[in-house]
Design a binder for this molecule. Sequence first.
Ligand code: GCB
Length: 593
Amino acid sequence: MLRTQDSATRERKNLSGLWDFRLDRDGEGRNQRWFDGPLTGARKMPVPASFNDLVTDRETREFFGDIWYQTTVRVPRGWADQRITLQVESATHRATVWVDGVEVASHEGGYLPFEADLTDVVAPGQLVRITLCVNNSLSFQSVPPGVVEDSPAGPRLKYWHDFFNYAGIHRPMWLQSTPRAHLDDVTVVTGLDGAAGTVAWTAAAVDADGLDVRVQLRDEDGAEVASGTGPQGELGIEQVRPWRPLDAYLYDLEVQLVDGDRVVDSFHQPVGVRTVEVRGTQFLINGEPFYFKGFGMHEDHITIGKQHCPASMVRDFELLGWIGANSLRTSHYPYSEEFMDYADRMGFVVIDETPAVGMNMAIGGGIAGTQGYVTFSPETINDQTCEVHAQTIRELVARDKNHPCVVIWSIANEPESTTEAAEAYFRPLFDVARAADPTRPVGFVNVMLAPHGQCRVSQFADVIMLNRYYGWYVHTDDLANAEIAMRTETAGWASEGKPIIFTEYGADTYAGLHQLPAAPWSEDYQVDYLDLQHKIFDEFDEVVGEQMWNFADFATTSGIMRVGGNKKGAFTRDRQPKAAAHQLRQRWTGGAG
Ligand code: GCB
């Protein structure tokens, strides 16, 4: 599947707008075939958006189960003899799609795209009804996992990850036309050799017997720099302009399916020529040591939840630039495709993460404790979950493999990793990631509960990624002991001979609260806490990155550890700086690393 685009042979129509919306409180919609006709009893809801924070009643905000969306759209009359598809970029956490009552697609996983072929279901010029049954519940077989528990007052959805279970259609939906003989996949892999660069391509096509593939690489001025033919091959660029962190350069690879001189299909793939390599304890981009400065982030905004919003995205990148960041992690799920495009364009380096978060029954919403479940067992996270997880890794790589910004695949955040069961669960998943993409390092994010010497999964990782909260969750308000513990553990990891990135370190901070001497929750404590972490990072050459937790305050489930959400942001939820943001700016624009 290729993402939608307008090209010389392709057209798309954005389905964003106000859709009909209805919660299926009794779970009867499928049996009653709500997809067969207009959705009765519906209210209006925007697509894309999370529905949760648009409403005022708790029952709707926290609803889990089937959620129905419906709209009508006219298929453009010019699309005769074309292949017509529908692409959903994100329906959280799964969805089934009907067009005029015909089921056309079903997809598991809330943050990756899927497509339905409508060619035999719709006709150009026709008005068609599109119905989605989105389901936002979680189970031990979903990624992320969760469980529906009985309670005297009715079922409750429980999950272990520390962000609110926003749901809905979060990213644009598209109707698309392509030629019937069409390109179906494009992969690029780039290389550098002194001043020269290479772009290896592989193109897959459908219904394309007797057709050829032609590729043309153009620079940012539109001038052709190389061309080739065939479903795969390699282009050379004599004087290449590499894609560099914060100094991006994007070539345009036009891939054409041709019949002699006639262009049957054309797809444009942006290409950043760069290399990524782990060598000893160094992380190299274009052969040069790279030090990650930035954040773990969230797709999280006031009112719209996880909706992809171009304005909010631009504001976030402006702040990343202002503070001197050069990188980010898409904690804890794949972000929107436009976000990834923008990271490419702006030269931000991305650790790209799957939605495998909260696979650790020993921790939830910042609170440690077993909470009655075993993480990996036949009844909880099991082989079936592993299959879903593997599929998610494949889909993530398929979607993001051509983004120069992506330099590491993170296959999970803070799973249980000290047990034999965890080792058995993760071993094959590293193989899945490497088989899907042999060119990028693979890792996972280690939790504090699996310190050096106890973690059984980090052996599989190319890069050690650590979330550490010495001075917050442990040694709270005792930075002297936090310092000793943090240094001791870092020294342990440094002996592994792999690069280390601190993918999380942070302290909840209520914006505007000041205290002297500093105490937890104050802006002053956040600053002192960060100073300590930075001091220790700087002591170890093996530490090649720091991504503070979090870029901004964000919504979580409510609980005694959360005051209106998680407050570890350097910025508030409305994207204004706390004192820590100025401190980070000083460090990162002053040459940290
Ligand atoms: C973590 C998690 C992150 C939480 C954070 C916290 O280790 O990876 O999702 O939000 O801690 O603030 O507790």
